[in-house]
Design a protein around this ligand. Sequence first.
Ligand code: NDP
Length: 292
Amino acid sequence: MQILDGKKTSIDIQEELSQKVRQITNSGKKAPHLAAILVGEDGPSKTYVNAKVKACQRVGFKSTLIQLNSNVSEKELLNQVDLLNKNKDIDGFIVQLPLPKHIDENKIILAVNPEKDVDGFHPENVGKMTLGLPTFLPATPNGIIELLKRYNIPTSGKNTVVVGRSNIVGTPISILMSRKNYPGNSTVTLAHSRTENLKEICSNADILIVAIGISEFISEDMIKQDAVIIDVGIHRVKDSSKKNGFKLLGDVKYKEVAHKSSYITPVPGGVGPMTIASLLMNTYIACYGRDK
Ligand code: NDP
């Protein structure tokens, strides 16, 4: 078993970006500028946004954090999105999800200028991804693709099972793994809560990507010997033995699954850091284009 070390890979990517940005800014060009809108006081959302802002600082990007009260109106949020769309100094921005229930997330996603949509959630970018055109790939699926690439994991002709069909993880990674490319060329099964015989389907997976949001759902008896396991789930579970009072678990029972797998992402330190690296890569592209 080998660990797919998302933390190390993310640091490698950040160092590469940092070097490139230093060279470009030394020649007099601006640094990439990422903005993030955070609505409300949700603990995990705050943690994610802060991690994104800190990562920007590490690689020499500019960052702007816009914090809004949880009772902000949809109109005011749309107004903030419009300001960022028009602000020439901002290359890309994200609106951290989930949003409070009184705000229609789809309306907000549609309002983001696709050219600044570094989360890759706008339908124009989703459409381009589906057609295999250059675009901003959604951060988490793009992070998984990058990790598979950097570890040279064979994907062509493999049975890839994705469990979970959300718009931000499961559905886009199923599209990316089936496209005519590397990583890709897999035979993909997309499973969800209505799937019958999930255990049997997972047991046939050469590559199993799990994004269901249920802590330690996948057990040893659900995986094939030597499968590649990508665990997207993140769950904070109370743990008084930890300094901060909680530990992080994934959607996979890591301890019992790891020894049966060929490669596995840990939680923490797997897909999470790759999501951040991927957002930075998209912001770099938003600023300088694809070929630098
Ligand atoms: P969602 O809750 O949006 O989607 C969950 C999916 O899992 C749904 O498609 C649902 O099916 C399916 N599902 C739920 N229960 C079952 C079941 N018993 N059997 C099979 N399928 C099931 O989750 P997200 O995709 O947003 O996130 C998934 C996990 O990944 C979460 O733990 C989240 O915190 C984490 N995450 C981590 C990120 C990272 O950077 N590491 C980034 C984003 C998310 P149905 O559609 O039928 O309801």
